[in-house]
Design a protein around this ligand. Sequence first.
Ligand code: FAD
Length: 665
Amino acid sequence: MTQPERSQWDVVVVGAGGAGLRAAIAARESGARTAVICKSLFGKAHTVMAEGGIAASMGNVNAGDNWQVHFRDTMRGGKFLNQWRMAELHAKEAPERVWELETWGALFDRTPDGRISQRNFGGHQFPRLAHVGDRTGLELIRTLQQKIVSLQQEDFRETGAYESRLRVFQECTATRVLKDGDRVSGAFCYARDSGDFFVLEAPSVVLATGGIGKSFKVTSNSWEYTGDGHALALLAGAPLINMEFVQFHPTGMIWPPSVKGLLVTESVRGDGGVLRNTEGKRFMFDYVPDVFKEQYAESEEEGDRWYDDPDTNRRPPELLPRDEVARAINSEVKAGRGSPHGGVFLDVSTRMSPEVIKRRLPSMYHQFKELADVDITAEAMEVGPTCHYVMGGVAVDSDSAAALGVPGLFAAGEVAGGMHGSNRLGGNSLSDLLVFGRRAGAHAAAYAGSLTARPAVDDVQVDEAAAEALRPFSAEDGAGTPSVPAPDSPGAQAPPAQAPPTEAPPAESPYTLHQELQQTMNDLVGIIRRAEEMEEALVRLGELRARARRAGVAGHRRFNPGWHLALDLRNMLLVGECVARAALERTESRGGHTREDWPSMDAAWRRVNLHCALADPAGTLAAADPERGQIALTRRETPPVRPDLLALFEKEELVKYLAEEEFHE
Ligand code: FAD
């Protein structure tokens, strides 16, 4: 077999969304030779889809805002399960990261007096989201890309080569993190166009691969969200934290079926949109939970007054955190008060003029007009919950973003866990990407620079990674040797999958397996969960896992989406099992985890984090007991919240969250 091409770097960043690009900039600025690898085209990461804005307590629209208020809101939103140190760093550093973007060329919307404008969003006490209409993510990525190009131009002037210190490998996928003993030594990758394998050797790897939404049927997420970074971390020996917390955004499109799940940004509610059921009732007033009663309006009149006078009125309950609104919509639909296609109505047409709607929400206007033939300046939208974000992820050190237990592995952005606790507030992801992307890149560079010798890449691991990647072409029982000849020669055409031996079960279609996995997660580990259903999900996932080992593809390795999906299935199955196992274990309802059989939040669970690790510590998936599954769970206690941070809350509020003994401590 031709050996994969190898190149040497100090830091490899897997992912070119907001977190990956910010990490790459920080690593390169720290002097590290940095490679970025991404599945899609450079500039096409998921972050470009972000609409509403970046949460940062700049206090431009309400001077009462500051990092302490932002910290409080984030902890409340996460129902106090957040890694509080991450929430603290995030709240403190987010404003600087936004101002920095402006110095790099980002053009934010302005207030009348010329400052960066900030808008309201669910769970944020003050208008806090810096935005560019409803296309904020696009501007964020454009700015970071521009910064990367400017660094490459700087390098060209100094070294004569644009990519001497910072190179982007676009349309390439990492399938394994390589290790030298305990330490990271690089990443095994393939190019989507040629199918060729290559190795990026580096002592530091930053995972910035985003989320897991494509494991669910109805989702706002794009094709790239197959949980790759989560799986890469697990396979490298790093645990995932709190995978049971999956955010179902309350407002996805529900009609027509081809666009079901597509996001309707929270800015619609932030800018005054109201939710009504089929009886015309503004039902959210019936769903304000006790923990939030003091902060939300009791009547429509008070809620409406808040938009003009937020200092003497309380905000409307349409702006409760997402988990609350999603559950409320679910309950209305279940009670038979839903819209014709099984959602509720979201109306902005009665609150703003058509001109203002088109200016503030241009993407939403076009999205509904073009995809659903609905004019949102004149009629209500039909909306319902959609799988949107995963709060769980790689367990990291709060300050350095280093993954637990694997020296040289770092994680930032949606793939990292802990920051958002059990539920993320809107706008807190883009700020998270910037704050922790920068930290991850800087610490990854510092770690690489601190080593006296580079870790060595193990040829056996490279061969095993290549064999694993080629397995779908053999279409046998998964234990066999791949039968694809000359896989590495450019342009090589692999023969069609061989006919299976007569006694072997037939090859499985990766597309069918993916659909079944999505349906399983949607139906049995979705927005409302029950023990029996999750047990059933685990059984089905076991069956799918066994079948996935026979996932077969035909054709060759050039731009073969069936092959790519077959490889992604490993990741989605691992992640799906983590979500189901952790959700079954947590016998309470909190944030993005709602149990019908355990409907209350239980203070005893506040300190408990569930860690998922590979059941077989050797890291070989084949050896994992198919009955038992691939994932082992352990309970870990969060360190107590620092007293000066606790002092930011009223005692009456803390009583609602903290366990008895914690409170007395
Ligand atoms: P991404 O931007 O998704 O980037 C992941 C990168 O990893 C991509 O480049 C991908 O190609 C790459 N990748 C993945 N796997 C591999 C692999 N195996 N090998 C190589 N590369 C790989 N949040 C907010 O704060 N404000 C908002 O207004 C907002 N609006 C949103 C609107 C929508 C429609 C959606 C879906 C989300 C929104 N979010 C918002 C959430 C936010 O956009 C995401 O959480 C965030 O962009 C994730 O960024 P990231 O850098 O972690 O990952």
